[in-house]
Design a protein around this ligand. Structure first.
Ligand SMILES: C=C(O[C@@H]1C=C(C(=O)O)C=C[C@H]1O)C(=O)O
Length: 100
């Protein structure tokens, strides 16, 4: 991995940004695989939404953001968007499994 300070042009910096985004997305795809499997252990809509797990997760991600000098508000928005879409996906999978 390159050091940002050692880059000497805008294109070198953008190449690295593209590489990092690809890695972030590969990790998001891997995270999604685990989220999809969690449906096997859930019984209803309430357990899919998992409000207390969400609250704990947002709190911890905000703390991690501070540690990493990222904006906690930005990280909160990112995770709320991810979780919102994951709940939608889990509900679809749950409803599909009920029909079978
Ligand atoms: C994956 C889960 O299901 C949902 C999705 C979450 C996530 O994407 O991290 C967290 C909580 C739930 O709303 C879970 O219960 O842990």
């Amino acid at each position: 991995m390159k050091d940002a300070k050692s880059c000497t042009s805008i294109s070198e910096l953008r190449d690295e940004i593209d590489r990092i985004d690809r890695m972030i997305m590969e990790l998001l795809a891997r995270r999604q695989e685990f989220v999809c499997e969690i449906v096997r252990f859930k019984t209803d809509e309430k357990s899919i939404v998992a409000k207390s797990r969400q609250e704990q997760l947002y709190k911890q991600r905000r703390a991690w953001a501070e540690e990493l000098h990222l904006s906690p508000d930005m990280i909160d928005e990112v995770y709320k968007t991810i979780v919102h879409h994951n709940i939608k996906k889990e509900l679809e999978l749950h409803n599909k499994s009920k029909k079978q």
